[in-house]
Design a protein around this ligand. Structure first.
Ligand code: TXA
Ligand code: MG
Length: 329
């Protein structure tokens, strides 16, 4: 049965890029693909559009947004680069890496988008559709993942529609994304900090920096704001309870597998999806959010998840799985 949608979805192409940029310039909300996940974009200089964006997502307004730019010149207009930032941008941009840096004095990103911080998170996406829209608009675009706050991030246009239909102005459909988890966030402080593991593995960053990357201590700052991103314990959560490191399957559970499935009881699983039968972490990251969504519709009493190794993209996958396993408060 076809479901009637209120929000227009158009396939990626020049028409879509032109319409997306026009809507954004008018203060509209446009979902578009990036290589990591679909983003919900608003013109970063347009406070009213950003207010609408927080409302559409149902996002707590203390959680600041990432400003997306098409090129290094655009990044340097809004953020002050130090040596760390320059090295990382040169090595990994465009790509799934976000840098947190001090704002420039004439940073055009609205205070609402940075939640009043004196730093800004900047990212140059690699996806051609995202880049075309950024160039056409000529302003930075703030874009959180295009899901309702606390839900699983969207890796296809249909996921965006199921969360945000009727709440946003346009969805540009560029097909499924390639990376599948959000960008890695590095705070370019002294020393640099890994604020969020993501689509760029820690090892690649450490190789360029020449030393290990520390995680911040998980504490709120003096104003009670989460100092590091994604510190809300429950996040990326399906509605079905998630049970990690499963070594056997209980009756009525669905299984999110990784590698060869040898668990006892798996024959009785309500449904099984395998992130990667050959145990490939890149493939697993690309499948993670769409499989969580699919298993969430299986009417299972829980989603049991097999262990995923912690190396390479496994760090980001396990970070999202641990958050998915915390019940919403
Ligand atoms: O891959 C991605 O990064 C996707 C795509 C759409 O680009 N975007 C994304 O945005 O994941 P969002 O809003 O879901 O996550 C942004 C994270 C938040 O956890 C926020 O706390 C953090 O970035 N953040 C933004 N500005 C910050 C700042 N100035 N300091 C520390 N963290 C910041
Ligand atoms: Mg998100």
């Amino acid at each position: 049965m076809a479901v009637e949608l209120t929000t227009k979805i158009i396939p990626a192409g020049q028409t879509a890029v032109t319409e997306a940029a026009r809507r954004l310039a008018e203060g509209g909300l446009v979902a578009f693909p990036t290589e990591t996940v679909y983003g919900l974009g608003a013109d970063a200089t347009h406070s009213e559009a950003i207010a609408r964006l927080y409302r559409a997502k149902g996002r707590p307004s203390f959680n600041p947004l990432i400003a997306h730019v098409p090129d290094l010149a655009g990044a340097e207009r809004i953020a002050r680069f130090n040596d760390t930032a320059r090295k990382l941008a040169e090595a990994f941009w465009p790509g799934p890496l976000t840098l947190v840096l001090p704002k420039t004095p004439d940073c055009a990103v609205a205070d609402l988008a940075t939640a009043g911080l004196d730093t800004v998170a900047v990212r140059m996406p690699a996806h051609p559709v995202a880049r075309d829209i950024l160039r056409e608009l000529g302003h930075p675009i703030v874009a959180p993942s295009a899901n309702r706050s606390g839900h699983v991030s969207p890796t296809a246009a249909a996921h965006v529609a199921s969360d945000l239909d009727g709440r946003i102005d346009l969805i540009v459909d560029g097909g499924p994304v390639s990376v599948g988890v959000e960008s890695t966030i590095v705070g370019c402080f002294d020393p640099p900090l890994l604020l969020r593991p993501g689509g760029l593995p820690r090892g690649a960053i450490e190789q360029v920096l020449g030393h290990p990357l520390r995680r911040p201590r998980p504490q709120p700052d003096a104003a009670g704001q989460p100092m590091a991103p994604g510190m809300l314990a429950s996040h990326y959560a399906p509605r079905t309870p998630v049970r990690l490191n499963a070594t056997q399957i209980e009756p009525g559970e669905a299984l999110l597998a990784f590698g060869p499935v040898t668990l006892s009881g798996h024959g009785a699983a309500a449904r099984i999806l395998n992130l990667s039968e050959r145990g490939d972490l890149t493939e697993a990251a690309a499948n993670l959010f769409s499989y969580l969504r699919a298993l969430d519709t299986a009417n299972a009493r829980a989603i049991a998840v097999m262990p995923v190794p912690e190396h390479d993209l496994g760090e980001a996958i396990n970070d999202r799985l641990r958050r998915a396993a915390v019940p919403p408060t």
